[in-house]
Design a protein around this ligand. Structure first.
Ligand SMILES: [Zn+2]
Length: 212
């Protein structure tokens, strides 16, 4: 819906309102236009000076002929509960109360321009791999608990790296279980990225994330 189309709708609705109230047509109306307005009038009612569209279900919806109001209504119903509803849900909610002839198109356009929805959509697209200190982290999406069971088959090199990272994160020194001398701070540092072949990790990750 743009300003021009809204103006056409507003004029149509004004003519309809006049016909419903007075039974008269506008000046210059031809026969087919008169016929159309007579047919249209069967689907609209006037109540307290407000025009309502009556759907096939017999429910009445307030006729909206103001572009600003259209935006306001879509905005409200799209994010009514703090969550942003999708196209169908938003259309269903709006059409319970309002009518302006191009609700679905306008909702689609609105949601396509909603920055929050577009951000969310991007987030749902193929996740980018996050590379951090030699790990290749790929999110695994599941819908319910135990849908996917994975085993950590990585070698000691990785475990040692994790151990060292945990140590670093917790800022505590974990004593090794062996009889050996406690490691010095220098030795327990996180190994460099190059210590692990990235291609190796790729393969391992692939294998462990296969659905069992
Ligand atoms: Zn949104």
């Amino acid at each position: 819906m743009d300003a021009t189309r809204m103006e056409i709708l507003r004029l149509q609705m004004e003519r309809l309102r006049t016909y419903i109230t007075t039974g008269k047509y506008w000046e210059g109306a031809n026969e087919s236009e008169k016929k159309r307005i007579r047919n249209q009038s069967k689907r609209f009612i006037l109540e307290n000076d407000s025009l309502f569209y009556v759907g096939v279900d017999g429910q009445k919806r307030e006729v909206v002929t103001n572009l600003e109001r259209v935006k306001e209504i879509i905005d409200n119903f799209h994010s009514i509960s703090g969550r942003h509803s999708g196209i169908d849900a938003t259309v269903n909610k709006i059409t319970t109360w309002y009518w302006w002839g191009s609700i679905k198109d306008d909702v689609i356009h609105f949601i396509k321009s909603c920055t929050i929805c577009q951000k969310q959509k991007k987030g749902n697209e193929k996740p980018k791999r996050i590379r951090k200190q030699g790990f290749v982290i790929r999110p695994v999406k599941v819908k319910e608990p135990l849908e996917l069971v994975v085993m950590d088959l990585m070698g000691m090199g990785i475990l040692e790296m994790r151990h060292a990272q945990m140590e670093e994160a917790a800022d505590v020194v974990i004593q090794p279980n062996s009889d050996e001398e406690p490691e010095t701070d220098e030795e327990s540092e996180v190994p460099a990225v190059s210590a692990v072949e990235e291609s190796e990790i790729d393969t391992d990750e692939e294998a462990i994330t296969n659905r069992m």
